[in-house]
Ligand binder design. Sequence first.
Ligand SMILES: [Zn+2]
Length: 282
Amino acid sequence: MTERVIALDIGGTFIKRGVFIGGNLVETAKFPTRAQSLQTIQSAVAQSVECWKYGNIDGIAVSSAGDIDPYRGRCVYATDNLRGYSGFDIKNWLEERYGVRASALNDGHAALLGEAYRRKLDVPAVMLTLGTGVGGAYFDGKEVVFGEDFRYGRFGHLVMRPNGKTCNCGQRGCIEQYVSASALKEKCAAAGTVPEKVFFGEDARSRAVADEWLNDLCEAMETVYRAQKYELMIFGGGVCGSAQRWLPLLRQKTSRRAEISVLLNTAGMEGAYRWWCKNGKN
Ligand SMILES: [Zn+2]
């Protein structure tokens, strides 16, 4: 029998849903999370599962924002981006509601797990996802390290510039404040350009912005390396759309091995599915 598994990637704004049939991601769709309360989140999750009408399913694999205990499939803590979500037993709730085996893990952990599986990784690797903030995860050569508090790998809040820009976590000079997609957008706005164009611009102002961001990215890579040694750095997030342009420039500035996510925005779903296969299914 060919196994059918629904994979959900739950973020503060959207729930991405994929369907794996026989191990292949065959379909994806996107739904608003409606993160006002646990009830609205639950109904958004239910809708994203139930509108798949093409046959029975054998399981549900979740990748989610928040601190998730991957062994219990439970959200230990979430910020107000997902209101009421702290303490939610994602796995149990799905299993009771749909009568199939379910699993859940953090989205950063899931993305790197998906990458590691796809690349057949066997060296220590860090993934930084450059989005509104900077997400992260660490793979030790064999598995993704979750940490005792299920927060290991959140490198976006390592301080790279003491007394630097104030971060919403309360510290100053966090990596996130310099290399996130939002930080790049700000730098671009100040120079009268946009992230989509800045790496292609031939004018001096574009080159200066691109150069500054890439220098910051190198510094971020070094800051992470001091905290956690790695052999490969994988970048994910929206900024990767223009990576064919900026990655060669970055490589001129660092001797560390840097690559772009091969799965891009399906990495979370892929990792959720692999975790389900390994830990959720039985
Ligand atoms: Zn911070």
